[in-house]
Design a protein around this ligand. Sequence first.
Ligand code: HEC
Ligand code: HEC
Ligand code: HEC
Length: 373
Amino acid sequence: MIRGPIRIRTLAWILAGLAVLAVVVFAAGLSPIGAAGGHSAAARWILHTAMRRSVAFHAMGTEVPDLSAPGLARLGAAHFESGCAPCHGSPAAPTGGAAQAMLPPPPDLAARIPLWTPAELHRIVDEGVMMTGMPAWPARGREDEVWAVVAFLRKLPELDAEGYRALAHGGPEGSSRGLALPADPPFADCVRCHGTGGRGPDDDATAPGPIPRLDIQPRAALEAALKSYAAEARPSGVMRHAAAGLDAATLAGLAARFAAAPRDPAAALDPAGVDETLLARGREIARRGLPARDVAACDACHSPRGERVRDVFPRLAGQRRSYLEAQLRLYTADPPVAGGPRAELMIQAARHLPAADAAAVSAWYASRAPAPR
Ligand code: HEC
Ligand code: HEC
Ligand code: HEC
């Protein structure tokens, strides 16, 4: 006859014995953590199942924005080229080299993307993957930048080398609409996004999108921005990656180079659907602010004719509309996502600016011709 209590007691002893053995193996350093033999099939299964479950759980309820917004996938592609392709490879340069010695090796993403939803990809790129070398996004609070990468990843499986280069480099290899790309790094890296003239990718410099124009800014404003990205103060994963490792003299040189580019007098790079009522509202806020809400008149600091204007205050006239709106969302977020040298001034000035008015004032400045130097 089977006697229940004894069986349970025996089982408890066996389990306790196994637990002690595991602790001894672990404490004595006998557990295998070497990478030489690769992961066993079981280890791979455990890691991947844990990752899949965790990503799916944390991506639940994430709201996916419009991934076809102008310029979004293009920004993602340009960042991918310098920020992700060194590990994952790209259609123009398949994986290989030192990164493939990592454990686990960074997978070729074209085959992996269809297995994830946009929300899940967002989670992976934002948070990274623990214990694998897959890094988290370099700046917190920049969901908008992570979505740009996701917008690109969704296109990746369909891209051949040529299509990829057109997105990530602004044209076929070594060229931007037939123009020779500058060979000098790091300027060549900046040019993929900002163009040789600082207006945007050379093959489409007047297209709307999330990349700011640089040709409208005073040199000092560009230099201040670059230094705060490099110091990891102003949160942007894209620009942090681009400016990381460049010394102060190089950054100053790049700022001077873009500030000296011929200024395109054309305004309204992003004018789609602007209506007169919206522009009138925007002008009102730019000139007078919203006294009842404690919102300051933007022109006081941002117009070249303003009272307090200094060269380190960024100019807004002629800037891309979607960039202005995105920056205002960051300054008015709670808590604000900002970190430039004078971010506090701007946060105080615009803290109570409603989103609809931020859209109006962005449309207004985007419609203005850039100020003369
Ligand atoms: C230092 C190398 C490295 C860099 C840089 C890197 N990754 Fe990864 N990534 C990895 C590794 C390693 C894995 C494998 C994780 C695993 O197998 O669990 C991975 C996994 C992924 C996955 C999940 C793939 C799957 O289905 O298992 C995605 C998506 C991804 N990376 C996207 C990106 C993007 C986008 C960037 C750039 C913003 C990037 N990675 C930058 C190393 C890197
Ligand atoms: C992958 C695309 C990409 C690359 C490469 C890139 N940038 Fe940028 N740049 C951006 C985006 C996007 C922003 C807006 C970032 C933000 O939200 O703060 C930006 C912002 C800037 C700003 C601040 C503009 C302002 O109005 O405040 C400066 C200055 C700048 N970039 C210069 C450079 C320089 C110099 C390089 C080369 C070392 C470079 N960028 C490389 C995309 C890029
Ligand atoms: C008291 C001066 C001041 C006032 C008033 C002010 N700003 Fe600013 N603004 C700044 C400064 C300084 C910065 C740069 C902050 C930094 O160092 O990060 C800035 C940055 C910005 C940027 C980012 C520009 C870029 O190129 O990155 C936008 C957009 C902006 N302001 C819009 C506005 C709007 C709209 C208003 C009016 C509602 C306004 N500002 C009122 C001082 C001001």
